[in-house]
Write a protein that binds this ligand. Sequence first.
Ligand SMILES: [Zn+2]
Length: 337
Amino acid sequence: MNDREPRTEPGFDQFLARLRVEPDPAPPARYGAYSSYARIFERLESLRRRGARVECIGRSTGGEPMWAVRLGESERPRLRVLYFANLHAQEFIGVEAALATLERAAERIAARDPRYDGVEVTGVPTANPDGYLQVVRDLAAGRPRFRRKNLQGVDLNRNFAEGYRSDWLPRLLPQIYNPGAGPLSEPETAALDRLFARRFDRALSFHSFGGWIFWPWATSRRPSPDDDRLRALATAMQSRQARPYRAVQLGRWSRFFRAGGAEIDHLHGRHGTLALLMEVSHGGRSVGRPSTWLDPFAWFNPLDVRGEVENVVEAALALAESPKTQGTLLEPPAAGR
Ligand SMILES: [Zn+2]
């Protein structure tokens, strides 16, 4: 089958039917308005009813289908933008931000907003469905845990091929940053890499927390040949925020932090995409709410879901709505490197 051909996915109906007969719990209300696992896909279904295309891009370690939704022009797009979230299991605010971004884009496309002429928007709201389900079950059972990785205990955002294992953090803190058996060893990262190979002009990966916008490289202080363009996109994003985040090349964020095998470097270095990462919100730990002090879910996810999402949706859409300058300056290497 040609991997580049979108198709209508009959499996999505069966998947939704399964979720409807065995609904998972929603996170308890005291955490804020976060979606249950099923709710993520009901929101995709609602986009599909308005003309979006949904397709399965692979299966997770635990066998869950991974879904991408595609909006707008797909015949000969002049600009292709990708949004994805949830590489890290407990970062639910990123999933909410991704879904809201896709829904806002769909509204504008339906209203024939000229900024979307020839723009194709693709979204993967959860790149770690097993992790999302684990967290929902933890919270429903009243047992919040620190959950970052996939079902095999691999940090998906250290498992991409570009810069794989080039930093020392996985050696120092393998419990947190386990990069896996080899580059793209995990079904989730392999599925994303196949999607990335369709060549997006721009991409945004949602994480939490900290209120940052990052761009490549994550493995060094050396700027990318496209540094000016990446910085211009980050600035365009900031200019659309009521409470602007700070923005910096990830490799320059801290003297000591480097991230090998991260999604932004992989998208940029291997697939020539102008890729950015957003650390949504400042988390939800609050001095006045003792229940949040030792609760990892609360550290990563703010209580005010709607307000935080509203602060990032227009910023995210800057990637779809800012005029394209030209192709990237970076010549992606031939496949097989
Ligand atoms: Zn993260």
